[in-house]
Design a binder for this molecule. Structure first.
Ligand SMILES: NC(=O)c1ccc[n+]([C@@H]2O[C@H](COP(=O)([O-])OP(=O)(O)OC[C@H]3O[C@@H](n4cnc5c(N)ncnc54)[C@H](O)[C@@H]3O)[C@@H](O)[C@H]2O)c1
Length: 354
């Protein structure tokens, strides 16, 4: 394959960020769109300056022999069924996180991946955010030394400024429905942070946490978890809090992250991610008695563009892109372990969740 013909399935909120990387890629054509709200697919095509085929059902997308790969940007409860159907129809599949609400569903996806000769990956944009990638390079190069602590702080604001995207009608309805969404933000957004922390430092052995439930199913604040990594003397602290009255500069969601990694050789900070809260370099590393700042691209859209680029390149180069089903299952188990540990007030080993 030297060119990827892609169908985008689900043209709602996140398609505004997922599509640009595909549209910019010289070796990718977005040839088809499908959304049950036809007007949305048509509006996107016009915004993106493309003339794709508009399909009337997901089945039609799968029967379209010109489509090599699908990017699934649909409500989370549809992911498992659509991933399996698309793989069984012979399409390469990239699907937004979280891929499933239960561990059993990830096992069913793993079976579909095993019987398919096509590629499956989860679109985990955080693993392509340049400051997070830079931190990974510094860790893997040995610059930080042996890790002993990873801290990931998320702060939500109720007031956003500089917004450049629109949340589609209904996008919060399915999220707030417990029958369609396995959890609130600790699951839906926590997935990214767990994926990042595991990508940096490895598998999770056991988790303890307090997840606070509020009247709003999504808003689980304040919440915090700690975990021990497997096979190393390293802990992680995961914090989730709301600063509801604090205006937050952001082009995207009204949230920002701050991450800290402590190793035997130094302390490394990723100072931002989704938002633009602090006027600081995005990566700062204190080591050898000196502080080094790294000015890498830091607009959050770069994470989505990187994810799109890598999916296309991986199909052409015939390699598995980050995040495969094995990794995805572990991330789901860890996010679900946060809830289990909080409810039972016990340590939970993610691998025991089935
Ligand atoms: N990476 C991130 O940071 C990030 C951010 C937001 C959302 N997401 C994920 O992306 C997914 C979509 O979220 P969203 O905010 O875009 O939701 P949304 O509700 O705005 O968009 C979903 C779209 O899917 C369409 N749809 C519904 N049923 C469908 C079907 N059977 N087939 C095809 N399309 C269908 C809807 O009409 C809607 O346009 C979710 O899994 C969410 O967790 C990821």
């Amino acid at each position: 394959m030297d060119k990827v013909n892609l169908a985008i399935v689900g043209c709602g909120t996140i398609s505004q960020l997922n599509a640009p990387g595909y549209l910019e890629h010289n070796d990718c054509d977005v040839v088809a769109l499908y959304d049950p709200i036809t007007e949305r697919a048509e509006r996107r095509a016009s915004q993106w300056g493309i003339a794709p085929r508009f399909h009337e059902s997901f089945e039609d997308v799968l029967n379209d022999s010109t489509v090599d790969a699908v990017e699934l940007l649909t409500p989370t409860s549809l992911h498992t069924e659509q991933i399996i159907a698309a793989l069984d129809a012979g399409k390469h599949v990239s699907c937004q996180k979280p891929i499933a609400g239960t561990v059993a569903e990830t096992d069913a996806i793993a079976e579909a991946v095993a019987r398919s000769d096509k590629t499956f990956r989860v679109t985990e944009n955080f693993l392509y955010y340049p400051p997070i990638v830079k931190a990974k390079e510094l860790i893997d190069s040995g610059a930080t030394g042996e890790l002993s602590m990873v801290r990931i702080r998320t702060v939500w604001s109720g007031i956003e400024s500089n917004k450049s995207y629109e949340v589609e009608e209904g996008a919060l309805d399915w999220r707030r429905d417990a029958s369609l969404n396995a959890g609130g933000l600790i699951y839906d957004d926590g997935w990214h942070k767990v994926a990042t922390a595991m990508w940096w430092a490895g598998d999770v052995e056991r988790v303890s946490s307090i997840v606070t439930k509020t009247d709003d199913f999504m808003m689980e604040s304040p919440s915090a978890a700690i975990w021990k990594y497997a096979d190393k003397n390293c802990l992680a602290v995961f914090e989730y809090a709301s600063a509801a009255n604090m205006p937050l500069r952001t082009k995207y969601y009204p949230v920002d992250e701050f991450m800290e990694i402590i190793g035997t050789n130094g302390v490394l900070w990723v100072t931002r991610c989704t938002g633009e809260m602090l006027d600081m370099p995005p990566v700062v590393f204190h080591h050898d008695g000196t502080t080094t700042s790294y000015q890498v691209p830091m607009d959050w859209i770069e994470s989505f563009k990187g994810a799109a680029r890598d999916f296309v390149d991986s199909l052409i180069e015939e390699r598995q892109p980050n995040m495969d089903i094995r990794f995805a299952k572990k991330v789901l188990q860890t996010t679900l372990a946060f809830y289990e540990a909080s409810e039972t007030e016990q340590w939970v080993r993610p691998e025991t969740l089935t």
